[in-house]
Design a protein around this ligand. Sequence first.
Ligand code: PXL
Length: 277
Amino acid sequence: MKRILTIQDISCFGKCSLTVALPLLSAMGIETAILPTAVLSTHTLFKGYTCKDLSDQLTPIADHWKREGITFDAIYTGYLGTEEEIDTVIGIINTFRNDHTLVFIDPAMGDNGKLYPAFNEHYAKKNADLCAVADIADPNITEAAFLTGLPYRETYEEEYVRELLLALADLGTKTPILTGVSLSEGKTGAMGYDSAKKEFFHYQNDRIPAAYHGTGDIFSSVLAGAFVLGIERTGALKTAADYTALTIAKTLENPENPWYGVDFEATIPDLVKALNP
Ligand code: PXL
């Protein structure tokens, strides 16, 4: 069985970060170790959330694992908290990585042209250091714009997406993948760039006219899992994009749906089936 380490916060309520990554990766048949960077009462889009930073625990925990001889096939980072924490996480990646380790970075820090409430532009730029050590990084367009300094656009041509991908590759990411990319009317999905082969690739499915918080974390978790399982790049994009779209569609069926997230629990059996046709 493959083993992944995921490093992100625990938002105790609100369906994002670890409470999404852990169940999804487990459902995909991947042993999942967690390194929680902070414990929050909810994610930061709720008002009045509490936050206990756990940065000082990361290195002692990783050191213990090292002494135990624990290894990982992949390391997947999500929402982090501070610039110092990014340096700590880069150190942990360098400690555990070998020639076969997949390093997957989701530089989770914003959406719709804006950073999340806890972050500023300096923190956003610092994420470029993390992307520099990534085999795969999957920012959305907002995050890519903050990382590269290129302008954020809501409407764009494919050329803009390629420009962002090339700029992300310049940061050092081997295979940047831009999420939430629409390449034609009514479609959405992702586009990537393999910098070693100098090849672009993409996957698009039908856009479902609804936006829910946490779908980025769902997409990233399933995409990271698909790569860990050895699914080839376009198949990995399809697995993540189709599962995310199905989950949004399922959530829309429920008029009482929670505004803070999607009903991904209901579609886990479909994810398992998609992986074992
Ligand atoms: O979904 C990304 C995310 C993860 N963790 C925390 C967040 C957010 C987005 O707002 O606030 C704490």
